[in-house]
Ligand binder design. Structure first.
Ligand code: KG4
Length: 340
């Protein structure tokens, strides 16, 4: 009999529910929260409250679109962490209550593992394109910048990660400081496509091993813009495309340098990306170009599976369920990966 898994994701500012039948996606509903727009960043308390409002309609809609009755569900997978504690609490409590009411198992999922396994969500009428184990995943989002070695669906190792800001944070904070808006990634990406990436250069970090750092380049950009604006108040307006192009190029170079090193050190050639920043057009092109040069098999998930979504949580939950894992009802959410 098929396993039908309901996935629930509520770790940050998207409330999402998805239904998967043996890894084939039947529905994936995402309610993005608009309440944060005026603040230039996610406000945790507002996020929790919006999740509370969204969770019932989002889950109901996901079941309806999938054509699945609650009684047909095999298990409920939910994000336990890392993320915002109040937000996680909504998804976790909802999963517990629904699991208890239906008398079916609940399965906790590490949010990062969801991103890492996003390529294993199958879509009806689309060819299967999945990496072989072991593979490397460049996980880049507003909260993470990591290179992860994935040995099988349930075992992964973080080979390198940021020692300060995440790359998405660098996009967001710099965009905000330059007065370009929030979230910064898509805005900078768009402007960069119209600019000259070689006109302005920004300091790149020199961090040993496979770790990243993004706070230095952020500061370098901010000082540069401040100094130039002091000389010419129109500087930003006149040069924003070139500034964004140079800044984005530098961020991509930093990401690619360590990814190439990780591939060389491990000998692994199957490379995937995940997280919101993997939507970046320059990064996607850079990975494809390096892949062609170095004989990598590259896997760039569709945009809807790169940002936070419940389909990836459901697929990770599916693998845990298949392995016989069940989560007790006294489970509590965790905000940091270190608490796992
Ligand atoms: O995975 P995600 O949706 O959730 C968080 O970790 O918060 O990632 C959001 C991040 C934000 O920093 C956003 O600016 C960035 O992904 N992002 C992008 C692009 N689209 C979204 N960064 C660069 N280029 C993009 N096209």
């Amino acid at each position: 009999m098929a396993d039908i898994i309901l996935g629930i994701e509520s770790s940050c500012d998207d409330t999402s529910a998805a239904v998967l039948k043996d890894r084939v996606l039947l529905s994936n509903v995402i309610a993005s929260q608009q309440v944060h727009k005026d603040y230039g960043g996610v406000v945790p308390e507002l996020a929790s409250r919006a999740h509370e409002v969204n969770i019932v309609p989002v889950v109901s809609r996901a079941l309806e679109l999938a054509g699945v009755q609650p009684e047909e569900l095999t298990a409920i997978a939910f994000t336990r962490g890392p993320g915002l504690l109040g937000s996680l609490l909504v998804g976790t409590s909802f999963a517990k209550a629904m699991g208890l009411a239906l008398d079916i198992p609940i399965i906790m999922v590490n949010h990062l593992q969801g991103h890492i396994l996003a390529n294993f969500v199958r879509q009806p009428d689309k060819p299967v394109h999945e990496p072989s184990f072991p593979y490397l995943c460049l996980l880049v989002s507003g909260g993470n910048s990591q290179i992860v070695r994935v040995d099988d669906p349930l075992h992964f190792e973080i080979l390198g990660q940021t020692i300060d800001d995440a790359v998405g944070e660098a996009f967001d904070k710099c965009s905000k400081m330059m007065g370009l808006g929030y979230p910064g990634g898509p805005i900078i990406d768009k402007l960069a496509q119209q600019g000259d990436p070689d006109r302005f250069h920004f300091a790149k970090p020199n961090i040993p091993g496979l770790d990243y750092s993004f706070s230095g380049i952020k500061t370098s950009l901010l000082y540069f813009v401040r100094d130039e604006m002091a000389k010419d108040p129109q500087f930003m307006e006149k040069n924003k495309e070139d500034i964004c192009a140079g800044f984005q190029k530098a961020l991509i170079d930093i990401l690619m340098k360590k990814l190439i090193l990780a591939a060389r050190q491990t000998g692994i050639r199957d490379i995937t990306i995940g997280g919101g920043v993997s939507a970046n057009s320059g990064l996607r092109k850079a990975i494809e170009a390096e892949g062609r040069k170095r004989g990598w098999n590259t896997f760039l998930p569709e945009f809807k599976f790169t940002t936070d979504n419940a389909a990836m949580i459901a697929v990770a939950g599916y693998f845990h369920y298949q392995a016989g894992e069940r989560t007790p009802l006294d489970v509590a959410p965790v905000s940091r990966i270190a608490d796992y």
